[in-house]
Design a protein around this ligand. Structure first.
Ligand code: ZN
Length: 274
């Protein structure tokens, strides 16, 4: 039995590698098939289809062949799930804002220079590391924010974003997140773990960096230096698993992601060149 289960099981699409767009899409398809059979009074077959479908999604991550390729695109087209974009939305990604490429765009070099000058990050050979005093100040801020509800985080995000940016709480598929809308109407969504990490960083930077645009833009690069999860403080892992549907060009490796296995959240996606 074990070996049969092992043969059916697809670890690359389940556990921490599970793709939620695939799971949701397949769950819906199984439900539709089982309901259709039940309606034409094939109840036993309907029950069998339902049970086999759910078992397959549980063990393999999907039931319909090729879902790993089409589901994420489908989810993206239908805007079903803003949580599985390649790289999580960021405070610095509000369309039309200075950081996202407006006339007064803050360059990556300017952010890095400001962070080094403020003793927030320390160059260490080819790498950067967080200065320990800043790391602990940032952790304290994340601790104080992680029990806040999203409405409180939205108010805080409103204070820390550009004046023309609107912030509210949105939700889909039972999951809530912050929505940030820039001047031109473009939006970016911020998941809870990203909001806690970046708003915590913005607050920890307040006494160290004067320019609010730099404090906002710093959140995303600083996230790549997180060692523990903003929500549970467990150690983060780096995974290179390809989420189903993530398109990896032939000959290149899937991108590495900073990931909390306990919360099943992704904190950062490293560039593919790395
Ligand atoms: Zn966690």
């Amino acid at each position: 039995m074990t070996s049969l289960l092992e043969r059916i099981r697809r670890p690359e699409y389940t556990g921490s590698n599970r793709c939620w767009p695939c799971t949701i899409t397949n769950g819906a398809l199984v439900a539709v098939a089982a309901t259709a059979l039940a309606l034409i009074r094939r109840r036993r077959l309907a029950a069998a289809v339902g049970i086999a479908g759910i078992a397959s999604i549980g063990l393999r991550g999907y039931v319909v062949p090729y879902t790993p390729r089409f589901a994420p695109q489908l989810a993206a087209v239908l805007s079903l799930d803003p949580h599985d974009a390649d790289e999580p939305g960021s405070l610095s990604g509000v369309p039309g804002s200075d950081e996202a490429g407006g006339d007064d765009a803050v360059s990556g070099e300017a952010v890095l220079a400001a962070l080094v000058e403020a003793d927030v990050v320390v160059p260490d050979g080819e790498e950067l590391r967080l200065e320990p005093a800043f790391r602990s100040a940032w952790r304290d801020e994340m601790r104080s924010l992680r029990d806040d509800d999203l409405e409180a985080l939205a108010r805080l995000a409103d204070r820390h974003t550009a004046p023309e940016t609107d912030v509210w709480v949105g939700s889909s598929f039972g999951r809530s997140y912050l929505v940030l809308q820039g001047e031109g109407g473009g939006i970016v969504t911020l998941r809870r773990e990203i909001a806690v990490a970046e708003l915590g960083a913005a607050r920890a930077l307040e006494s160290r960096v004067d320019d609010p645009a730099i404090r906002r833009a710093a959140g995303r690069p600083l996230r790549s230096l997180l060692e523990t999860c903003p929500l549970c403080e467990e150690s983060l892992e780096i995974t290179q698993a390809t989420c189903c549907g993530e398109v990896t060009p032939i000959g290149s490796l899937p991108s590495e992601k900073l990931y909390c296995p306990d919360c099943n959240v992704r904190l950062f996606t490293f560039d593919r060149e790395r």
